[in-house]
Design a protein around this ligand. Structure first.
Ligand code: GLU
Length: 437
């Protein structure tokens, strides 16, 4: 079998669209699956638009997603340079080849490629056989001397010995031009695999950069777990063949075949992504969750370097199973770090039927009498109060949770009481009495 060489060839547009990220991912998966080489090539021939910043967005997006490239900028430079803007000499050499075989001509300052006039058959690994015929000679160098996309794209794929061109379906219509060029250079035609589009979640058409959730950088800002986004992107156009959605990347690499990539367009599904992200969060080793959570709370100014690290880790460890994303973490834990937490009116209304002032007073007295304050003892206290007063434990649990946090949801109740500590719980309960009066 030939050594697989694939490439991701983005044009630096200033952002990394999730469609582009998925193209990169499928190339990377295929390279890792086949023990091949993943090349990163920057198609920056549009001199006016491309900036360093725009290129950096691509590097950082790929790195964040863990899509490491073997060859390209900052990696092995076997067939470099990997920026098209630096490959002028190479393009001149290739142009000379076409000239010497009489396949180009000049007109109005531009250089045209002479098409064969024959239909071109493309055996696409995803779409099957596609036949297209070019009708017109096309420009390969503009009158200002700059080379055109079709030309540089094919020259680089030849020069970098690319064996599989895996890219978005929007390029399928270019492929007959590309095949004509491969043949003109007498080069081996790579395998093509055109991946279907990602449709926007609501409404019609392809997801555009203006749609929410279209840019990789947004997920990084929103503290998504990169492995979760990567897992989700795998499922946009590919499926493991059973109902599993969350699966380790090593498994996906083992299973990933181009022939299994869907022909039909995939629709973006924010809920599914959120669900996968929460699954990753929950199954993360607790230490790792706490470390990441700690840094997020620091960044957001919820805690400082002076905050007791052990207290923060205790809080994070009881929140891991309940919080659905790091995006919501700050709000989820804010009341642990401030005595100034707000009381939710809707939640308060619902407690009226439990006789909250009475419940709170009973718990205050019960806690004051406790000699040992820990989870199991707290549970014993609540159960015995409920039995004594002939009400369900929920009367106490809902009321007290609200009193000490201002809301109706949070980490498991007895763990919450124990992490907050006796002194703090008592002072919060006393303060909350005013809320009900
Ligand atoms: N520079 C092209 C793009 O960003 C890549 C084309 C290709 O992968 O062949 O769409």
């Amino acid at each position: 079998m030939e050594d697989v060489r694939v490439r991701f060839a983005p044009s630096p547009t200033g952002f990394l669209h999730i469609g582009g990220a998925r193209t990169a991912l499928f190339n990377w998966l295929y390279a890792r699956h086949s023990g091949g080489t993943f090349v990163l090539r920057i198609e920056d021939t549009d001199a006016g638009r491309d900036t360093q910043e725009a290129v950096d967005v691509i590097f950082s997006g790929l790195r964040w997603l863990g899509l490491d490239w073997d060859e390209g900028p900052f990696a092995r430079e076997k067939f470099g340079p990997y920026f098209q803007s630096k490959r002028g000499e190479i393009y001149k050499k290739y142009l000379a080849k076409l000239r010497s075989s009489g396949l180009v001509y000049d007109k109005d300052g531009a250089i045209y490629f002479k098409i064969s006039g024959k239909p071109q058959v493309i055996n696409d690994l995803i779409r099957g056989t596609v036949t297209r015929k070019e009708e017109k000679d096309f420009v390969i160098f503009r009158s200002d001397g700059s080379p055109v996309f079709h030309f540089v794209n094919v020259v680089d794929d030849i020069d970098m010995q690319i064996t599989h061109v895996i890219r978005g379906e929007d390029h399928l219509s270019n492929t007959s031009k590309h095949v004509e060029l491969f043949k003109a250079f007498d080069a081996k035609i790579p395998h093509f695999a055109h991946i279907s589009l990602i449709l926007k979640e609501h409404g019609q058409g392809k997801m555009s950069k203006r749609d929410t959730g279209a840019l990789v950088e947004d997920y990084e800002k929103r503290k998504f777990l990169p492995a979760a986004l990567r897992n989700y992107l795998c499922l946009l156009g590919w499926a493991p063949g059973n109902d599993t959605e969350v699966l380790p990347i090593e498994e996906i690499i083992k299973m990933f075949e181009l022939k299994d990539v869907n022909k039909t367009n995939a629709r973006f599904d924010e809920k599914k992504l959120a669900h996968i992200n929460s699954e990753y969060l929950r199954s993360m080793p607790m230490d790792e969750f706490c470390d990441l959570g700690f840094r997020i709370l620091l960044d957001q100014g919820i805690i400082t370097q002076a905050t007791d690290r052990e207290y923060v880790f205790d809080i994070l460890s009881i929140c891991q199973e309940k919080v659905r994303s790091f995006e919501e973490l700050t709000n989820f834990v804010s009341y642990f770090f401030s005595e100034d937490y707000e009381f939710d009116d809707v939640a308060k209304e619902k407690l009226a039927k439990f006789d909250p002032v009475k419940r709170i007073n009973e718990v205050i007295n019960g806690i004051m009498d406790m000699t040992e304050y820990y989870q199991e003892k707290l549970e014993e206290l609540i159960v015995s109060l409920a039995n004594f007063h002939h009400v369900k434990t929920g009367y106490y649990i809902h009321t007290v949770r609200f009193a000490i946090s201002g809301r109706s949801v949070g980490p498991s109740f007895y763990r919450l009481l124990s992490v907050l500590g006796k002194k703090n719980v008592l002072s919060r309960l006393k303060k909350a009495l005013n809320v009900f009066r």
